[in-house]
Each structure stands twice: as structure tokens, then as C-alpha cells.
Design a protein around this ligand. Sequence first.
Ligand SMILES: [Zn+2]
Length: 306
Amino acid sequence: MDLYGFFAAAAFLFGLLFGSFLNVCIYRLPRGLSIVSPRSACPQCHALIAAYDNIPILSWLLLRGHCRHCKAPISSRYAAVELLTGAMFLASYLGFGGPTLASLKAIVFSFLVIGLVFTDAETHLLPDALTLPGIVLGLGFSIFVPLGSILEQHFTSSSVLAGGFSWQFLSFADSLLGTAIGAGLIYGVGEAYFRLRGIEGMGFGDVKLMAMVGAFLGAGQSLFVLFGASTVGAVYGIAVLMQVRGKRLRRYARVQRPDAAARAWQSASLAMQYMEIPFGVFLGGMALVAMFFGTSVLHWYLGLFR
Ligand SMILES: [Zn+2]
């Protein structure tokens, strides 16, 4: 096996291990527990988990998703996070030119986003322990890996500013602008949502998550992530609404209520009002899509107006 292939395999295996560590973070960070000690134990019977039962994917498969001691079920999330992290590390390596700083940046970003998405899905929390260092890392990486965004292209193609700034400066400015736009816009959306529905739709966790996404991806792509995630979130909301309506409609039809249709709508929209949509899941998912395909999508989109 050549060196390129060797590093690719290493990226995948490291991804599995880091995914295993993320599982610890996903369980412990929202509960305010240390991620360093004590050693992992079964949450049901508190038996310590032996090293041979802690091998990513394999252990979960061999134990068929159950604790060795008390046979309590272990969520398939554990295996899913490990496999996804492994796959994303490998995709980052292959997609960003092999052993480069750009791949390392993509790997770090995937790690943080996967941790945040799964924590948000389970607990509706986005821990500062991931988002705040993420903002700093995103800003830091912009000085070493150029952000090829609209801002940079605009500046370098503009005769007034061309040559005056190094790419490091422009890339950092783009990252900083991405942080501000990401955080600012989602804060605005959250405010509008609050005024509209009277309940808190977005927490500060989402604001910090988008600040991190903007720092890593730059201004143009943080807009792409916001619009993409809002669209997917809206489609998801409508799908849930229709599903609830369908269920209620069948129930009311069974008891032959004459106003079944109207009642079903009413009941479904009431359920929607109190449903919490983990928006961080959509933001994070879209951020990973943007990391790989955002630049091509933005170029295609801007090409429509030329
Ligand atoms: Zn157990």
C-alpha cells in the first residue's frame, strides 16, 4: 500500500476513535460531567466498560447493542457516531487533497459538527465546550488555509484593493465576517421567531454554532448554510404537521366526528406550536454539505446572474 492509501486508512481509523470519544462528549457535556475521568461505565448497572468492549463499531456489533453485564440496550447512536466520524475523516482526507492543512481543517470541523449535531438531537443543547473553541479554531485556520469566498474574490478582482492585502488578511477577514453574519442573522431569525410565535425558538447555542460555522466556512457559505438549513427545517416541519394531521384525522374518522378535518388541522397546528425543532441538527448537517459542495453551489448560483 502506498503512503497516500496508508494515510487514508489512518484517517478512517482515527475517525472511528475520535467518534468513540465524541460519544463520551455527547453523553457527558450536557450533564456537566468531566470528559476525562472517570472511565466509561454502563449508565444502567455502572459496571466499568473494559477496553475490549470499547472497540469502535466492533464491540457494539459483537455485544449486539447490549451491556455485557446487565444486558441493558446500548443506543445505536454509539455505532452511528463512530462510523460517521470515520467516514467524514476519510472524506475530508480524500476531498481536500490528502495530507494537507485543508484536510486537517475539514477533519477538525467535522469532529466538532458531528458532536454538536448529535448532542442537539438528544438533549436540545449545544455545549460551549465545543462551539467556543470551534470559533477560535475556525478563525485560526483561516490564516493557514485560504477561504475561497466571494469576499476574497471581490477584493482580489477589484483594482482598488488588489495587491494591497495578503491572502491571509483577506481570508481572516472573510472568516471574521462569516462569524458576524452567521451569528447576527440567526440571532435575528430567533428574535423574529420569538415575536411571531411567542416562544423561544432558537437559543444562544444556535448563535454560537453559526458563529463557529461562519468562522470555518466564511461569509458566503454561512449564508448558504442558513438558507439551506431553514429550507430543510421548514420542509421537516411541514412533513411533521402532515403526519400529525393524518394521525388525528384517522382517529376522528374512526369515531365518526362530523368536523374531523377541521379538528385534525387544529390539533396538528397546536402540536406544531409546542414542538421543538432541533435546528442545530439542520444547521450542522448543512454546514458539512457546504464544506464539501458549498463553493460549487455558490459559483453555480452566482453564475445565474451573469
Ligand atoms: Zn450494564
